[in-house]
Write a protein that binds this ligand. Sequence first.
Ligand code: 6PG
Length: 265
Amino acid sequence: MAKKIAVEYRVYDGPDALAYAAAEHFLEQAQQAVAARGKVRVAVSGGSTPKRTFALLANPREKFLKVMPWQQLELFFVDERTVPPDDMDSNYRMTREAMLDKVPLKPEQVFRIQGELPPEEAAARYESVLRNQFKLEGAEVPRFDVLALGMGDDGHTASIFPHTAGIHELARLVYANQVPQKDTWRVTLTWPVIVEAGEVFFLIGGKDKADPLHRVLQGPYDPETLPSQLIQPKNGKLLLLLDKDAAALLPPPDASGVGRLEIAR
Ligand code: 6PG
Protein backbone atom coordinates (compact mmCIF):
# COMPACT_ATOMS: atom_id res chain seq x y z
CA MET A 1 0.00 0.00 0.00
CA ALA A 2 1.67 3.23 -1.09
CA LYS A 3 2.13 5.86 1.57
CA LYS A 4 1.24 9.42 0.63
CA ILE A 5 3.51 12.22 1.75
CA ALA A 6 2.14 15.76 1.74
CA VAL A 7 5.01 17.91 0.57
CA GLU A 8 4.96 21.64 1.23
CA TYR A 9 7.71 23.83 -0.17
CA ARG A 10 8.10 27.48 0.70
CA VAL A 11 10.13 29.49 -1.81
CA TYR A 12 12.15 32.56 -0.80
CA ASP A 13 13.94 35.13 -2.96
CA GLY A 14 17.51 34.40 -1.97
CA PRO A 15 19.86 33.04 0.70
CA ASP A 16 19.17 35.78 3.26
CA ALA A 17 15.38 35.46 3.05
CA LEU A 18 15.75 31.68 3.16
CA ALA A 19 17.97 31.83 6.24
CA TYR A 20 15.55 34.18 7.99
CA ALA A 21 12.62 31.88 7.23
CA ALA A 22 14.57 28.94 8.63
CA ALA A 23 15.38 30.86 11.81
CA GLU A 24 11.70 31.76 12.20
CA HIS A 25 10.75 28.11 11.67
CA PHE A 26 13.25 26.92 14.27
CA LEU A 27 11.84 29.48 16.72
CA GLU A 28 8.23 28.56 16.04
CA GLN A 29 8.88 24.84 16.37
CA ALA A 30 10.96 25.30 19.51
CA GLN A 31 8.29 27.43 21.17
CA GLN A 32 5.61 24.87 20.28
CA ALA A 33 7.67 21.96 21.65
CA VAL A 34 8.45 23.78 24.90
CA ALA A 35 4.80 24.76 25.34
CA ALA A 36 3.78 21.14 24.85
CA ARG A 37 6.56 19.23 26.57
CA GLY A 38 8.63 21.70 28.54
CA LYS A 39 11.72 21.11 26.41
CA VAL A 40 12.81 21.00 22.78
CA ARG A 41 15.32 18.61 21.26
CA VAL A 42 16.70 19.83 17.96
CA ALA A 43 19.00 17.98 15.56
CA VAL A 44 20.87 20.10 13.03
CA SER A 45 22.77 19.24 9.88
CA GLY A 46 26.08 20.71 8.85
CA GLY A 47 27.46 21.79 5.52
CA SER A 48 27.28 25.44 4.47
CA THR A 49 23.59 26.25 4.07
CA PRO A 50 22.72 26.38 7.80
CA LYS A 51 25.49 28.92 8.58
CA ARG A 52 23.37 31.98 7.77
CA THR A 53 20.50 30.66 9.84
CA PHE A 54 22.74 29.90 12.83
CA ALA A 55 24.22 33.40 12.57
CA LEU A 56 20.74 34.93 12.65
CA LEU A 57 19.78 32.89 15.72
CA ALA A 58 22.89 34.21 17.48
CA ASN A 59 22.65 37.81 16.23
CA PRO A 60 21.93 40.19 19.15
CA ARG A 61 20.31 42.66 16.72
CA GLU A 62 17.71 40.05 15.74
CA LYS A 63 14.77 38.86 17.87
CA PHE A 64 15.83 35.21 18.04
CA LEU A 65 18.55 35.51 20.68
CA LYS A 66 16.04 37.09 23.06
CA VAL A 67 12.96 34.90 22.45
CA MET A 68 14.35 31.42 21.69
CA PRO A 69 13.76 29.12 24.71
CA TRP A 70 17.48 28.41 24.99
CA GLN A 71 17.24 27.10 28.56
CA GLN A 72 14.84 24.35 27.49
CA LEU A 73 16.74 23.49 24.32
CA GLU A 74 18.95 20.44 23.74
CA LEU A 75 21.03 20.54 20.58
CA PHE A 76 22.05 17.39 18.75
CA PHE A 77 23.75 16.77 15.40
CA VAL A 78 22.34 14.88 12.41
CA ASP A 79 25.81 13.90 11.25
CA GLU A 80 29.48 14.65 11.53
CA ARG A 81 32.62 14.28 9.53
CA THR A 82 35.37 12.01 10.89
CA VAL A 83 37.58 14.90 11.90
CA PRO A 84 38.43 16.61 15.22
CA PRO A 85 36.01 19.28 16.49
CA ASP A 86 38.37 22.12 15.56
CA ASP A 87 38.86 20.91 11.98
CA MET A 88 37.66 23.17 9.16
CA ASP A 89 35.41 20.32 7.96
CA SER A 90 33.78 19.76 11.34
CA ASN A 91 30.03 20.40 11.48
CA TYR A 92 30.45 21.03 15.18
CA ARG A 93 33.10 23.68 14.53
CA MET A 94 30.85 25.42 11.98
CA THR A 95 27.92 25.38 14.42
CA ARG A 96 30.08 26.51 17.34
CA GLU A 97 31.57 29.44 15.43
CA ALA A 98 28.28 30.53 13.85
CA MET A 99 26.09 30.07 16.91
CA LEU A 100 27.14 28.06 19.97
CA ASP A 101 29.80 30.53 21.10
CA LYS A 102 27.21 33.34 21.06
CA VAL A 103 24.04 31.86 22.55
CA PRO A 104 23.19 30.93 26.17
CA LEU A 105 23.41 27.14 25.78
CA LYS A 106 25.36 25.37 28.50
CA PRO A 107 27.85 22.68 27.39
CA GLU A 108 25.57 20.01 28.87
CA GLN A 109 22.81 21.12 26.46
CA VAL A 110 24.93 20.40 23.38
CA PHE A 111 25.57 16.82 22.26
CA ARG A 112 28.47 16.61 19.85
CA ILE A 113 29.31 13.59 17.69
CA GLN A 114 32.95 12.82 18.49
CA GLY A 115 34.34 12.86 14.96
CA GLU A 116 37.87 12.54 16.30
CA LEU A 117 37.21 8.94 17.34
CA PRO A 118 37.30 5.89 15.06
CA PRO A 119 33.97 6.03 13.14
CA GLU A 120 32.34 2.95 14.65
CA GLU A 121 33.28 4.08 18.16
CA ALA A 122 31.95 7.59 17.51
CA ALA A 123 28.69 6.10 16.24
CA ALA A 124 28.35 3.71 19.17
CA ARG A 125 29.06 6.45 21.70
CA TYR A 126 26.54 8.81 20.11
CA GLU A 127 23.96 6.05 20.05
CA SER A 128 24.39 5.54 23.78
CA VAL A 129 24.13 9.30 24.35
CA LEU A 130 20.79 9.23 22.51
CA ARG A 131 19.62 6.21 24.48
CA ASN A 132 20.46 7.96 27.73
CA GLN A 133 19.09 11.39 26.84
CA PHE A 134 15.85 10.02 25.40
CA LYS A 135 15.60 7.27 28.02
CA LEU A 136 15.12 4.69 25.27
CA GLU A 137 14.34 1.06 25.95
CA GLY A 138 14.80 -1.88 23.59
CA ALA A 139 14.12 -0.98 19.96
CA GLU A 140 12.71 2.48 20.74
CA VAL A 141 13.75 5.26 18.38
CA PRO A 142 14.49 8.80 19.61
CA ARG A 143 11.94 11.39 18.51
CA PHE A 144 13.53 14.75 17.93
CA ASP A 145 11.12 17.66 18.08
CA VAL A 146 12.77 19.45 15.17
CA LEU A 147 15.24 18.01 12.69
CA ALA A 148 16.81 20.11 9.94
CA LEU A 149 18.27 18.51 6.84
CA GLY A 150 20.26 19.74 3.91
CA MET A 151 20.61 18.02 0.55
CA GLY A 152 23.72 17.60 -1.50
CA ASP A 153 23.77 18.05 -5.29
CA ASP A 154 24.08 14.25 -5.47
CA GLY A 155 20.78 13.84 -3.63
CA HIS A 156 22.32 12.79 -0.30
CA THR A 157 21.01 13.97 3.00
CA ALA A 158 22.55 13.72 6.47
CA SER A 159 25.55 11.53 5.64
CA ILE A 160 23.50 8.99 3.71
CA PHE A 161 25.17 9.16 0.32
CA PRO A 162 24.18 7.41 -2.92
CA HIS A 163 25.14 3.73 -3.09
CA THR A 164 26.37 3.58 0.50
CA ALA A 165 25.46 1.08 3.21
CA GLY A 166 23.83 3.83 5.25
CA ILE A 167 20.82 3.63 2.91
CA HIS A 168 20.06 0.14 4.23
CA GLU A 169 20.88 0.60 7.93
CA LEU A 170 17.64 0.08 9.81
CA ALA A 171 18.73 -1.33 13.14
CA ARG A 172 21.14 1.24 14.49
CA LEU A 173 20.28 4.78 15.56
CA VAL A 174 23.69 6.12 14.56
CA TYR A 175 25.84 4.61 11.83
CA ALA A 176 29.43 4.87 10.68
CA ASN A 177 28.92 5.17 6.93
CA GLN A 178 31.78 4.59 4.52
CA VAL A 179 31.56 7.07 1.64
CA PRO A 180 33.94 5.83 -1.07
CA GLN A 181 33.05 8.65 -3.48
CA LYS A 182 34.49 11.07 -0.89
CA ASP A 183 37.19 8.67 0.26
CA THR A 184 36.00 9.11 3.83
CA TRP A 185 33.74 7.87 6.60
CA ARG A 186 30.90 9.86 8.11
CA VAL A 187 28.88 9.37 11.32
CA THR A 188 25.16 9.87 10.78
CA LEU A 189 21.72 9.43 12.25
CA THR A 190 20.02 6.67 10.32
CA TRP A 191 16.95 7.49 8.27
CA PRO A 192 14.51 5.64 10.59
CA VAL A 193 15.58 8.09 13.32
CA ILE A 194 15.28 11.08 11.01
CA VAL A 195 11.73 10.24 9.89
CA GLU A 196 10.61 9.75 13.51
CA ALA A 197 11.08 13.44 14.28
CA GLY A 198 8.05 15.54 15.11
CA GLU A 199 9.06 18.05 12.44
CA VAL A 200 11.55 17.26 9.67
CA PHE A 201 12.38 20.04 7.26
CA PHE A 202 14.86 20.47 4.44
CA LEU A 203 16.75 23.74 4.09
CA ILE A 204 18.05 23.92 0.51
CA GLY A 205 19.41 26.77 -1.58
CA GLY A 206 21.31 27.30 -4.78
CA LYS A 207 21.15 26.53 -8.48
CA ASP A 208 23.07 23.26 -8.15
CA LYS A 209 20.25 21.79 -6.05
CA ALA A 210 17.43 22.46 -8.55
CA ASP A 211 17.92 19.33 -10.66
CA PRO A 212 18.53 16.83 -7.83
CA LEU A 213 15.62 18.32 -5.87
CA HIS A 214 13.30 17.96 -8.87
CA ARG A 215 14.37 14.32 -9.24
CA VAL A 216 13.99 13.65 -5.52
CA LEU A 217 10.45 15.04 -5.36
CA GLN A 218 9.10 14.25 -8.81
CA GLY A 219 11.30 11.56 -10.25
CA PRO A 220 11.04 7.77 -9.90
CA TYR A 221 11.64 6.33 -6.44
CA ASP A 222 15.27 5.33 -6.43
CA PRO A 223 16.79 5.86 -2.97
CA GLU A 224 20.03 4.11 -3.92
CA THR A 225 20.69 7.05 -6.21
CA LEU A 226 18.70 9.70 -4.35
CA PRO A 227 18.87 8.92 -0.63
CA SER A 228 16.88 12.08 0.19
CA GLN A 229 13.87 10.10 -1.04
CA LEU A 230 14.16 7.96 2.10
CA ILE A 231 12.95 10.92 4.14
CA GLN A 232 9.27 10.12 4.45
CA PRO A 233 8.39 11.60 7.83
CA LYS A 234 6.16 9.37 9.94
CA ASN A 235 3.82 12.33 10.45
CA GLY A 236 3.14 12.21 6.71
CA LYS A 237 4.32 15.75 6.11
CA LEU A 238 7.51 17.03 4.55
CA LEU A 239 8.41 20.70 4.60
CA LEU A 240 11.09 22.22 2.43
CA LEU A 241 12.39 25.77 2.78
CA LEU A 242 13.95 26.70 -0.56
CA ASP A 243 15.33 29.66 -2.39
CA LYS A 244 14.16 30.44 -5.92
CA ASP A 245 17.23 28.87 -7.49
CA ALA A 246 16.74 25.54 -5.76
CA ALA A 247 12.99 25.56 -6.54
CA ALA A 248 13.46 26.48 -10.21
CA LEU A 249 12.38 23.09 -11.61
CA LEU A 250 9.42 22.53 -9.28
CA PRO A 251 5.86 23.57 -10.12
CA PRO A 252 5.63 27.34 -9.51
CA PRO A 253 4.47 28.17 -5.97
CA ASP A 254 1.24 30.10 -5.33
CA ALA A 255 1.09 33.85 -4.80
CA SER A 256 2.27 33.45 -1.20
CA GLY A 257 5.32 31.48 -2.34
CA VAL A 258 4.00 28.11 -1.19
CA GLY A 259 3.95 25.02 -3.39
CA ARG A 260 2.33 21.69 -2.58
CA LEU A 261 2.90 18.19 -3.94
CA GLU A 262 1.63 14.81 -2.89
CA ILE A 263 4.10 12.00 -3.45
CA ALA A 264 3.30 8.33 -3.13
CA ARG A 265 6.01 6.06 -1.75
C1 6PG B 1 27.07 17.56 5.98
C2 6PG B 1 25.57 17.72 6.01
C3 6PG B 1 25.05 17.37 4.67
C4 6PG B 1 24.61 18.67 4.07
C5 6PG B 1 24.51 18.59 2.58
C6 6PG B 1 24.25 19.97 1.97
O1 6PG B 1 27.65 17.02 6.91
O2 6PG B 1 27.63 18.08 4.99
O3 6PG B 1 24.94 17.20 7.03
O4 6PG B 1 24.01 16.45 4.63
O5 6PG B 1 23.34 19.02 4.62
O6 6PG B 1 25.75 18.09 2.10
O7 6PG B 1 25.36 20.75 2.25
P1 6PG B 1 25.41 22.30 1.83
O8 6PG B 1 24.45 22.99 2.74
O9 6PG B 1 26.84 22.69 2.09
O10 6PG B 1 25.02 22.37 0.39
